[in-house]
Write a protein that binds this ligand. Structure first.
Ligand SMILES: Cc1cc2nc3c(=O)[nH]c(=O)nc-3n(C[C@H](O)[C@H](O)[C@H](O)COP(=O)(O)OP(=O)(O)OC[C@H]3O[C@@H](n4cnc5c(N)ncnc54)[C@H](O)[C@@H]3O)c2cc1C
Length: 304
């Protein structure tokens, strides 16, 4: 049975105690790095962690779907998202605790976390150079590169359960997969990261090298949402797409990047439909040529 979308009255009730910003029918495309997709019924920007808890409890009690948007590894469908979308842009506190242990709230962007670590001569986050997502998204996705992953530094997660209880989850209690951390249902509001002391110049040089590599190999001047597909075991999605002759494939303004075949770029006015048509065409082309079914790394969100 299809679930009915929440009414405005139900949403209002769910948000009655929330102190942060509430925006009705808010377009989400500008909040995503790919810049496609429709509006949220309601976008909520909680004032602080206590307010996140109010949002979660309101959504829970009123049976309203709720998701967090960082915006850099998702594609929002053109009809948008029913229910509540939450942006954690006020959760931006970072501090160094004892023994090179850094606590960062979930809304901190990884580049800022890296700047913070560099300022304190803390190494361990260099793998994240050029990843634009948030700490929360990075934990949920087990963000990473061939140099390292979130799981390498994560000590514990500051977490709010689906019914609004705050708890600390030790990393040792979690399973980390390729671009996925197996967390219970709920929302990450922060993370403790175990870094180590290093010379500033060493950290800077590793970061610079990796940023240069990205600049040379990835289409960073056009809107995109990072790698589209997961790499199949022992191979690379980009290689398969290129070898299937699909580099440059274009639907409307959505294009398989000519610089890196595992990126889809928005050349101006692409819709989510254009992008998803390119995704399906690439999957079919690679399956036909190599018998490999490419799995999406992106999260596809919203109403069909
Ligand atoms: C140019 C570019 C390069 C990139 N390179 C890499 C790379 O090398 N490696 C890599 O791993 N990724 C890469 N990415 C993708 C992306 O930045 C990461 O996956 C990032 O971890 C996603 O973070 P986000 O905050 O944007 O989350 P989103 O993409 O918005 O969300 C991803 C999923 O996590 C959920 N989520 C987000 N925050 C929370 C939270 N606080 N609590 C609960 N659920 C949450 C969302 O609902 C969604 O299901 C790249 C992206 C771009 C645009």
């Amino acid at each position: 049975m299809l679930r009915q979308p929440p009414t405005r009255e139900q949403l209002r009730r769910a948000l009655a105690l929330v102190e942060g910003e509430v925006r009705w029918r808010e377009p989400l495309a500008p909040l995503t790095s790919l810049q496609v997709g429709g509006p949220a019924d309601v976008l909520v920007i909680p004032a602080d962690v206590e307010d996140v808890i109010r949002v979660i409890r309101g959504a829970h009690v009123n049976h309203i779907p709720l998701m967090v948007l960082g915006g850099t590894n998702v594609i929002i469908r053109d009809k948008g998202v029913r229910g509540m979308v939450m942006q954690l842009k006020h959760l931006t506190h970072i501090q160094e605790e004892a023994d090179h242990l850094v606590y960062a709230q979930a809304g901190v962007r990884l580049p800022r976390l890296m700047q913070f670590a560099l300022g304190r001569k803390l190494s361990g986050m260099e793998w994240a150079a050029g990843i634009p997502g948030t700490v929360g998204g990075g934990v949920v996705m087990n963000a990473g590169t061939r140099l390292g992953e979130m799981k390498d530094v994560l000590q514990a997660v500051d977490f709010i359960t689906a019914n609004g209880k705050r708890k600390r989850i030790e990393a040792t209690m979690l399973t980390f997969l390729y671009r996925k951390t197996t967390l219970p249902k709920g929302i990450v509001v922060g993370a403790w990261l175990k870094l180590r002391a290093a010379a500033k110049a060493t950290i800077q040089s590793a970061t610079k090298q990796y940023l240069q590599y990205r600049k040379a190999t990835q289409p960073l001047t056009l809107p995109n949402a990072g790698s589209v597909f997961k790499n199949p075991i022992g191979d690379s999605a980009g290689r398969l797409i290129e070898a299937a002759g699909l580099k440059g494939l274009r639907m409307g303004d959505a294009e398989v990047s000519t610089k890196h075949a595992n990126f889809i770029v928005n050349r101006g006015t692409a819709t989510a439909d254009d992008v998803l048509t390119v995704v399906r065409t690439v999957q079919a082309g690679v399956a036909k040529k190599f018998g490999v079914r490419l799995q999406l790394e992106w999260k596809v969100i919203g109403e069909r």
